[in-house]
Design a protein around this ligand. Sequence first.
Ligand code: GLC
Length: 479
Amino acid sequence: MHSSVRRLVIGAFTLSTLPAFAQLQGGKIESSNKPHPVASIQDKETAAQRDARMAWWREARFGMFIHWGLYAVPAGEWHGERTSHIGEWIMNDLSIPVTDYKQFANNFNPTGFSAHDIVAIAKSAGMKYIVITAKHHDGFAMFDSKVDPFNIVAATPFKRDPLRELAEECHKAGLRLGFYYSQAQDWTAPGGTAIPRAGHNKETGHWDKQQDGSFDEYLKTKALPQVKELLTNYGGVPDILWYDTPTDKMTPERAAEFVSVMNQYPKLIWNNRLGGGYKGDTETPEQYIPPQGFPGRDWESCMTINDTWGYKSFDTNFKSSETLLRNLIDIASKGGNYLLNVGPDANGKIPAPEIERLQAMGKWLSTNGESIYGAQATLFGPEAGAFAPASGNAKPKFVPTWEWRSTTKANRIYIHLFAWPKGSFHLEKLPRTIGKAYLLGDPSHKALKFTQKGQTLDVTLPSAPLDPIATVLVLESKK
Ligand code: GLC
């Protein structure tokens, strides 16, 4: 077997066995009901306080994930070997020694980076927030860190702080900004953890002596101080801290140290990947849409546009705008957010095919955004699909159907029609009395004929859809 293929297979096996990755598989990240060593904001606040804290995030529905770091330099290839796994894992997947990896910094000069342009792209895509990798598993900080010199300001010819520039531009444009931080895995700092894979030390996951050291020392001298830097140096930002891959080393006591720091920022939103039994604010299904959402929890599906998070020059497997838009609508109809990833290259530019797709989404949202932003989950449900009968011990598989989806506001029901019904649209179990039906994409909002008998509704539609991907039918409640 080709070595990179073998690594991926082994990698996938290793990943699926670790609780940190549970949400990759559709499972839930373990969290205990034991009292936490330090109570977090979520442990203490009332339901009303929580609703107020989460309000902007729930309204937003659509955000941009940015995976950008030193891994954009090798761009998926090192010494003639191409990784078949995600780009930001190249150091681990190809067992690149620390010294060699650090040398990528000498050539990292992304003068094409423009925070202004990236924020403009996010905005025109209809995205309401950005989450960017402040430090990924490779340990390289994409910000001006005084506690560790392996960062974009101190170690590269670029010398600029992209996080500061983004914070300023987001502020001007009215977008929220969050920082991703890999708190446990760090492959270049002594004592940082690494998820073990074949050929690496079984205990530590390390492949280079330089990685050995004390995990507690790493937390004390790098991870915690860097999280503090991120929380204090960016003027009111971040709105979100996005942790990842806690590994089993993140005990309740260790996680509590992060919680103590975060507790000083009562508006902060953070995800369920800190570890140590803390649930955080948001579930983070990765690369999938939970068939029925996460009832009672806020959640955000994070997904790639192609097959990698961090830039890989040869990954051109871009999803279509149609798929991406349907994902957004599907997610909104289940009450979640869509965090869609882009991977800027070593020059700091988002690849053109990614921008094209985002613009198509933004165009649709500029007409139909009302049906997404601030909208609640469907009042129906069966339109999303159904579970196929389970065979043997296998988990029942959800089979989605793609005729329509629905979202809800106080006085309006939105029906996103993917497949255009012939003549009329039929609905059952409608819990509201309708006063007017019209198409959101019709500027005059011309009333469509409809008949409602008890809980069934039939709306007469024009012969052709207004939008080939999704035309939105609005059902307004009777006043
Ligand atoms: C995984 C990967 C990581 C990526 C993240 C995004 O946990 O380890 O590379 O950043 O997913 O959700």
